[in-house]
Design a protein around this ligand. Structure first.
Ligand SMILES: [Zn+2]
Length: 160
């Protein structure tokens, strides 16, 4: 077996539970928002370009579904634990849900860039709500703090 074949046969995805095992005796569990933003907004966009938006949405969606959440409260708790932002859900009917994210981790404080940029969060919300409701969910970001200069990052969720 060549070295390349060995890498291919031993390659395994890193599970969520494993990724969240943090042992940093000195630095602990917290890191700055800056690190996440540099990875998401600068490094990923630099390599993938415009496609970074779609990739970030799909990554968030897949992650959101795989969390296997059963209740809205669990999702809100997750957002609180991860400090994604301050989440409000002003509209929740069978056909439509609207989620607002204040102090968004991705964009709050940015100089406006002229386009919504919180695709990872949109995907994560869509995936979590899909898992909770059992309906197919698509999220559209219609307001964005750093992207468009809004007060909150607002996501319209279409169910069905
Ligand atoms: Zn945002």
């Amino acid at each position: 077996m060549t070295a390349e074949e060995q890498i291919l046969t031993t390659y395994q995805n890193i599970e969520i539970g494993n990724a969240l095992k943090v042992v940093r005796p000195t630095l602990g569990n917290d890191a700055g928002v800056a690190l996440y933003r540099l990875l998401r907004l600068v490094a990923l966009e630099d390599i993938i370009g415009r496609g970074a938006s779609g990739a970030a949405y799909l990554a968030g969606k897949k992650l959101g579904v795989s969390l296997g959440l059963k209740k809205l409260e669990d999702f809100l708790q997750l957002c609180a634990d991860l400090k994604i932002g301050i989440i409000e859900v002003p509209v929740a009917t069978e056909a439509r849900i609207h989620v607002d994210v204040y102090e968004c981790i991705t964009c709050s404080g940015l100089e406006t860039v002229g386009r919504p940029i919180c695709h990872f969060e949109g995907g994560l919300i869509a995936g979590a709500v899909e898992s909770i409701t059992g309906s197919r969910v698509r999220a559209r970001e219609i307001t964005c703090i750093g992207g468009l200069g809004d007060e909150a990052c607002g996501f319209d969720l279409d169910l069905g």
